[in-house]
Design a protein around this ligand. Structure first.
Ligand code: ZN
Length: 221
């Protein structure tokens, strides 16, 4: 199948990272679509915020349910009975890790993209991420890219604009793309489901707000 060079599919959660990636993609590709997954996450508000961002940006939004991943694996992001790790434990990944999440998201996204003739996939994963999730690393993404190409005999390209940049640089990128305020106020990254600047104390808020502070400091210097 001949896949389109000019179209991209963004794996989209409505958080800071994937929203920045959406606007990154809009600068590079003629046509952009978003695909959002529900996977049994505790907060349904993030799906509605994702839908709103996509609508406002004038891109197509689609929602797929892959909540089977929270039935076969365990994470404090999907199970309210587990107390969320605030720090990365010494002996592995924090319990906010959702096993298989990016593996399933990107595999489903590739099938979805192929069906629509789209060659380019965009994801907001970052190896610089504090938590060391294995499915955010560059080696995993490159390996999966090869696997997807072999699995469907296609030439997908998975783009990871945030792979080597930290949160402060992600804010800088949003600013360069002209969407700093949008990302700051319209996205949801907080593990406690509070939009914008968030609850302020969960690991995700700490990372996001510290990055923003760093970026704004460096800008005003
Ligand atoms: Zn929070």
């Amino acid at each position: 199948m001949k896949l389109s060079e000019s179209e991209a599919l963004v794996v989209f959660s409505g958080g800071q990272d994937s929203t920045t990636c959406l606007f990154w993609a809009l600068k590079r590709f003629k046509k952009v679509r978003t695909l959002t997954f529900t996977y049994g996450q505790k907060h349904s508000l993030e799906v509605e915020m994702a839908r709103k961002i996509a609508e406002d940006a004038g891109v197509e939004f689609d929602l797929l349910d892959v909540s089977f991943i929270s039935k076969i694996g365990t994470s404090s992001l999907t199970d309210t009975s587990i107390k969320m790790d605030e720090e990365k434990p010494e002996d592995g990944v924090p319990n906010t890790f959702v096993p298989g999440r990016n593996l399933f998201f990107l595999s489903v996204a590739a099938v979805y993209a192929r069906e629509r003739g789209i060659r380019h996939l965009v994801t907001g994963v970052s190896q610089t991420d504090f938590s060391g999730y294995p499915d955010c690393r560059d080696s995993f993404i490159k390996s999966l890219n090869v696997t997807l190409n072999l699995a469907m005999e296609e030439q997908f390209t998975i783009h990871t604009p945030l792979m080597w940049i930290d949160k402060a640089e992600t804010w800088a990128l949003a600013d360069r793309l002209g969407v700093l305020d949008l990302v700051r106020t319209k996205t949801l990254t907080c593990y406690n489901g509070v939009p914008g600047d968030g609850c302020g104390h969960c690991p995700s808020c700490k990372l996001r707000n510290e990055g923003l502070r760093q970026y704004l400091d460096s800008k005003n210097r």
